[in-house]
Design a protein around this ligand. Sequence first.
Ligand SMILES: [Zn+2]
Length: 512
Amino acid sequence: MYQALYRKWRPKTFDEVVGQEHITEILKKQVLTDRPSHAYLFTGTRGTGKTTCAKLLAKAVNCLNPVGGNPCNQCEICRGIDSGAILDVTEMDAASNNGVDDVRAIRDEAVYAPVAARRRVYIIDEVHMLSKAAFNALLKTIEEPPEHLIFILATTELYKVPATILSRCQRYSFHRVPPELIRTRLLQVAQAEGLELDEEAAGLLSRLADGALRDALSLLDQCSGAKIDRERVLSAIGLAENDEICRLLEALQRGDSDSALEILDSLYQAGKDVASVLEQLASLHRDLLLRFVAPGSGGALMSGGYGDGTLEQLARNTDVGSLLAALDVLEEADAALDRSSDRRLCAELCLVRLCGLKPAAYIPAPQPAARVPAPAPETAPQPAPAAERETAPPAPQPAEPVQPEEDPAAPEVSWEAILNRLEDSLFMGDYVMLSDQANVTGKQEGEMLLLTARNDAALQTMEQNLDLIRSAAEKLAGRPVPVRVQAAEGVGGDRFAAVNDLFSQFGFKEEK
Ligand SMILES: [Zn+2]
């Protein structure tokens, strides 16, 4: 019988668990010193190794010859637990056994000494699914556990576990496995299994798995049966429609609702769910947004479902403002789909709305090369984007802005001058931070003042004081000066800070 790859390659020792060393090292130590806790809580997203580690721990604390804290997998106890012959280790899925009776049965049994092994171990998966009464029954057992008893609770939803339980457990949070580690593991497994997996496909699979090694191996399974390259992955996993999704976005960008609805219809006729069409469309928008706001570090965050050339092409016809607005529309539609009695109509309406979103409806994202000078607001106190938005002509790029190379009338607004002006109004700590060139540098680019944060703290401080900085610049220049904050390349790149900056530039309210 064929055994799924993720089962076959499930780690047999703590050392084989990928990406959770911060947990496995501690567990091994507890086994080595024979001082395990009575109650563990393993949390983290699916497929990161919670149940695997629970089973390993159950074996290791009972193993006759543990090896450096790992179960030996050879003694009669290890083998008995693996085969299910030893009943002292019990696994329960709270998703299907969530009643108080299920837990009471455990409680009644738990007081008895184990039969074959040294310790009774109860593994309760998805523990957050237990009913309130069941949690109470469990709590009584965890409060005063007999010496031989160990509970290992696992959950993907920590916040649903009562505090009374939390406080009695040693808590370990499993991290998403970084794509790089998943990629390496996939290549190892593929080689051992004789699967032809190329580097690009491995990279794509590792990103699609979203931190879950188990999912990555399942995806690899799905693709096996032929040489596994990028195309194979895309077709096996049903991402081949990505081309269609790109065509759909092109139609939306043209405002061509005819073609957009036609493409949706053909995907629908081919058996595709409308929700997943919108989901893929959102994912494509997200990839494009990352290209704009995190050109340096964004690559690693992208879905990987689209080629670079395709994204570049699509990016030419959009901007950050439209992308954010489109994502809003898509998110609303996604929520509405669940309630809607006519899902298809709901998706169609969403596409029609997206057709109405054109870059012209928003202020174009600042392009370093061509800057459209504000239409000389003179004394208007709030010449804000809002006013411009209403009167802006549909064409976002009015040919070449007629702008003298050096405008002698435009006063110099240097970062230093702004700092001088702000010395008294900024908090002392912020002032010291901002005035150090190692943290922030400023330069004028055309009309705009471009501030570059050299580290995360500087970025944050600038964000917090952006209003002050803007108004100081305005006072110095005698007119509003566009101030743009960006993170230097290589800076940890809090991309949300970058997005928030853009939010405020476009006059959106930052959402927390
Ligand atoms: Zn053993």
